[in-house]
Design a binder for this molecule. Sequence first.
Ligand code: FAD
Ligand code: DLZ
Ligand code: SF4
Length: 509
Amino acid sequence: MSGTRHLILVLGDQLTPTLSSLATGDPKYDRILMAELHDEATYVRHHKKKIAFIFSAMRHFAEELRTAGWTVDYVKLDARESQGSFSAQVTQAVAEHQPERIIVTEASEWRVSQILAGWQTQLSVPVDILPDDRFLCTPSAFRDWTEGRKQLRMEYFYRDMRRKTGLLMDGDKPAGGKWNFDAENRKAADANLFMPRPSAFPPDAITQDVQALTEARFGNHFGELAPFWFAVTRTDAEAAFKAFVEHALPHFGDYQDAMVEGEPFLYHSVIAQYLNCGLLDPLGVCRQVEAAYRSGKAPLNAAEGFIRQIIGWREYVRGIYWLKMPGYDRSNFLGHTRPLPDFYWTAETGMACVKAAVTQTRDEAYAHHIQRLMITGNFAMLAGIDPYPLHKWYLSVYADAYEWVELPNTVGMSQFADGGLLASKPYAASGAYINRMSNYCKSCQYDVKQRTGKDACPFNALYWDFISRHRDKISTNPRMAQTVRTYDKFNAAEQQRIRDSAADFLASL
Ligand code: FAD
Ligand code: DLZ
Ligand code: SF4
């Protein structure tokens, strides 16, 4: 026996030195356990780059902890001691070290939270599960916020978070006199604009090791391992964020909704993968963005837009997740049942916008929000794809994907599968929207101006067919009523052409 007082388990998305479990510990008496686990790498078939990113970040974090004086048992995926699952690994560690207690910060996902809760009775030692104070709003505070509200709307939650944090507040008033500058954030980007690239970090020896391991063990998973340029340490993630604030933030607001062929990142921060595994601190990045605004280095629409995504949307979707789990993953308000088309994996489609989104997803494990929402998400909803396999797709293909943030965005925001709990209307759009916000249509085999026929942009007939199929469920929504009325004004022959075109296209999938 090695005289361990507490065994502190650190999960793969808890790579934060100030984590609540670590804050209770003492390197003199306590032992940290971190493990690369077959079950975690395969509960969905994660993108290869995502697995390599998480394993490399975990290995680097273990090194940092050792440097800070901790004893860390780090179990590599191919180590003899590897047990494959959280439960088996912890059971083995308890047998070996006989700690007085196990300490763990609560899991971010329902699935893992159930595993941790089971240990209270399954293991022979007490288990302390501590709150995750890296978020601004606890699940129970969010539940309280929902009490007595007829409708949940992110905007009101967000205002409370602004007041709570003091971010972009002048006394009790929002900076600039308005809470939300979204209306100014819808410019289409010009391909000739100078686009800063996210900071790139060449793979070091640790990353090269995990890349080889990932290829050997998960070679048949979706996605490319190279090029690999993600930061895998806090220091590098912070440097990447600083570069974003300097070079891209000033345009973040203007071009937040834009899409440009060959430009996967535009003015986005590309930090969700760092925030979600704990390498960056959400409140810290917001304070830096506010400082850029206050010192005149970034306009208010950019700073407000960015801060809203983090203290607004990110916290709000987490609140919805814990409010509605378990069961939220099976939401299917629109009753969609079509299987996920193969081109979500192969990118083999004539639709230039979908091809671009899937190709860059395969290459970079990244697509920005409007690509996820208005291209792959919008297509799936219009085509009547079953939200469950779609949710598994989003959960596996992005480096930043964890169920607590992915699921509400997929079933709630992009598929309207929760019937309007999260989003105030379905994010459905025809080709005209994509044409306005991107340059994809210029190189597409389909004609965005045609509504029906075999050369017409498939989004057009699918859009109107969607409106017609779901009119009962959506026409009561004030934000959709006008669209339903427009459909009703099409003559019977046009409505028939829409049905036929949509059916022909869907039959070809
Ligand atoms: P930026 O555009 O630079 O935004 C800054 C930050 O704001 C992001 O890093 C992120 O932390 C936060 N943010 C922005 N929008 C959202 C949002 N809607 N919900 C929560 N946080 C947000 N985000 C994830 O982090 N993980 C996911 O698995 C995920 N799945 C999604 C699935 C679908 C169908 C959709 C429509 C959106 C999803 N999002 C997800 C939200 C959003 O698309 C990503 O956070 C964003 O694209 C990440 O890129 P970025 O870091 O460059 O973000
Ligand atoms: C996503 C992920 C992957 C791919 N691998 C591991 C792992 O090997 N070990 C680990 O501790 N965590 C991993 N993770 C993140 C976990 O799935 C994450 O801790 C949970 O999603 C939290 O609920
Ligand atoms: Fe996409 Fe339609 Fe434009 Fe082609 S024409 S890129 S399918 S929106």
